[in-house]
Design a protein around this ligand. Sequence first.
Ligand code: GLN
Length: 720
Amino acid sequence: MLKGVTSLAGRNLRLLTTQGQVLVHHQHRAKASAAEPAELLDQETDLSKRAKFGHTGKQLQQKICKEKKLRAPPLLNLVFANRKLSFYDTSSTPKTKEDNAKLSQRRHYSMRPHREQEQRNAEDVLFDMFASEETGLISMGKFLAGLKTTGIRRNDPRVRELMDNLKKVHKLNNYETGSSAETQHLNRETFKAVVAPNIVLIAKAFRQQFVIPDFTSFVKDIEDIYNRCKTNTLGKLADYIPQLSRYNPDSWGLSICTIDGQRFSIGDVEVPFTLQSCSKPLTYAIALEKLGPKVVHSYVGQEPSGRNFNELVLDQNKKPHNPMINAGAILTCSLMNALVKPDMTSAEIFDYTMSWFKRLSGGEYIGFNNAVFLSEREAADRNYALGFYMRENKCFPKRTNLKEVMDFYFQCCSMETNCEAMSVIAASLANGGICPTTEEKVFRPEVIRDVLSIMHSCGTYDYSGQFAFKVGLPAKSGVSGGMMLVIPNVMGIFAWSPPLDHLGNTVRGLQFCEELVSMFNFHRYDNLKHLSNKKDPRKHRYETKGLSIVNLLFSAASGDVTALRRHRLSGMDITLADYDGRTALHLAASEGHLECVKFLLEQCHVPHNPKDRWGNLPVDEAENFGHSHVVEFLRSWAEKVDQPNEECQPEAVTTKTQADEEICSTSDLETSPATSPIPTPAESGSRAGSGRSSPVPSDAGSTASAGSASSIDDKTKPGL
Ligand code: GLN
């Protein structure tokens, strides 16, 4: 047992100590190329451990050493091949003991923190990535284009210093570079100085450490959905005021801003429109921030009304149902006037509110449309009726001036904005009240939680229940065609298209939301852990795969058959190997877990003879570690497999679910290969991994259906 643990720590599962990320392995490999003394020491210890366990001969050790040196690619190649960045400056690796001593002395005496040191390296690596080999200069045009693919725009406030520095350098060169400030070519030192003030963000971007690591692929999918929605011409323009009825029904804009400030926009994203009901969650947030939920909700409820947004109705406590319908929003406006800023004039309250909206939008476009305001006030019989009805029922705080409150409500509806700005507001809500582009804390996270809860249940008029069911995300729509969608802790989205459905929601906006969650696992109740047919753009492609491999291998190494069975039932490919080509069978064999070995071969039908990167088979592992019972079993298995048998079929990697097995056990599908849920030989060949398929013994499920039969037997065993 002790031996197993030691070998695990030293060799088999190095991945585990690094949070199971394959990336770390890659870095490990990259670092090996630099042949740092400490690194070589590690290798030696590693090798001596192997020798101690009698695992490898001297020859093999040398082979490994040689291979590591030969196969370790230069760092930057690795970066490009994997689209990942590792920020090690190999050129500054100390070569001699003297260098080493100097470096450690410098480290010791300098006040420069480690982080800063790392960033210095980041600047060099970035330069190397984009610089031309011929000229030795970096094209800033290319660099900024690269930055844009990560979602960071040139006008992002977080790269302002970089852009200013570029202008300064351009000016210092007397504009003689033959190109603009943003397309000039710089040498290494100038580049490093130019990017230094914003290097933390830039490094994060190129390291793919944003919430959507592969922003380019994500954006492609979004474009597809956008284009599909574009062809939808259903819906009618709002016509209760002339300004809304004059919109172009073809207008269609969509903007995204993630909590890391990654931006994407498509379509009519700069066309101004009025906020209308999308202002309601924002005024509600200000009231919550200033008064707290107890006070606010002593005046307004939290329940969906189940009635029209402007219906003349109060709940059983004689309060408006919630702050997202007109009555509730008028009430919130009265709280602002009477409680939040009782001493302010109407003009001051307007400015005050607008400044909150502006801060939420990171300073992007928030204006005011006076024509809409005047029209709203003219065509407001129902809203006035709501105001009087609430006054009659003593809904407002004392000192409320109803006329001022109504004006303030119309002003909030008439604030003007565009998709770009609204996506940042939505992202601030997704980000717990902190604006992602300015990093300003606008609201407390508790406030945002309350706002999002109400948006989730009441944000899309009479469609709110269905929206919560189908989309499962907080949203708020408005009569001007806006739809603000919040994916908490991920991103904010704003869709704008004026034609509305019969419930008052933008048709294209709604379609977009529904298609978005059918493609990505953004629905509140989508499962993020297990395999699903939806995409998860939050995770790194490699990270997901790496983690499952680690879990699988860990189960095999620790002899946990139950866990292995679960992996199999969840549809996982049991033949997966780690970076060193080591499979679950290698680990089970080297740790002497006969039960696991049997399960892997008999139930999962994994190939018995995969080679790891040193050319070792599972049977070699069992032999090296002295597990004779496993060796015996593997040998006899190999003999059976190698016997020519006419009925032999390629080994199948079954990726069935438990439900599949139940179907098999209860129907005659078992004997019908045509309808069997088990993959065809061609499929199984590809799933089994290249060159790993080999014939399976006839008594261990020579056909797909026989394979399922053995699984059924397996189900009767305890521990399933
Ligand atoms: N101005 C509109 C009203 O009060 C806002 C309502 C809405 O967007 N649904 O009637």
